[in-house]
Design a protein around this ligand. Sequence first.
Ligand SMILES: O=C1O[C@H](COP(=O)(O)O)[C@@H](O)[C@H](O)[C@H]1O
Length: 242
Amino acid sequence: MKLNVFNTADEVLASLAEFFAEKAAEAIEKHGRFAVALSGGSSPKKLHELLASEYRDKIEWEKVWFFFGDERDVPLTDSQSNYLMAKHTLFDPLGIDPSHVFPVQTELGADEAAKQYTANLIDFFDGQSASFDLIILGLGDNSHTASLFPHTSVLHDDSASVQALYIDEVKMNRITFTAPLINNAHHIAFLVYGEGKAEAVKHILEDEQDIELYPAQLIVETNDGDLQWFMDEGAAGKLEKK
Ligand SMILES: O=C1O[C@H](COP(=O)(O)O)[C@@H](O)[C@H](O)[C@H]1O
């Protein structure tokens, strides 16, 4: 695992955008396409905006395929939808072909949408286990990532799949990649900035393992995968070792 710590959030975003471009170029060179799963929440908005402006002509966007590591069970037109955020900040500004974007089909209902998404992944990865070129993750103040929330049953799901669950803490259904699916990626990048995240970062990276309390501890580097954190000094502020 590698920690990349920068003075400011802008430097974090610049570094992750460069990492995205580098991994896209490598994947396209190797197998002709780049499959990336985006994260939700607020942190990625600025990353998308940067990619859509500075990297407009530096990435072969027509060879990029977009997925979502988690989604809220709301219509795709709802302001809480992770898809809608990415549509406004990334897909529309870049004119991405809609056939290259895999929204979670929440109109099917959460359970069916999760099953359908798992099936989409099986198709996309030709029946092999899904192995994304890059998965971008955020970190909630409560140590969740994707929609792997504290004290939820999905934390114990050992299938590499997409699952639906009701999350009492936020009083809604979410659809999420399981930890094994995330860990199967070639590259995983956490994007975390702001002092508000410092406590959670410390729990994940330095506290004793307790996945019920700190679900993002489930995300680990595997033999074939690379795990990197992109953080600012604010988020890394409570770490003893940097
Ligand atoms: O609920 C969510 O939040 C986390 C973190 O979001 P942020 O707003 O603090 O950046 C995110 O990783 C997850 O995808 C999202 O659904």
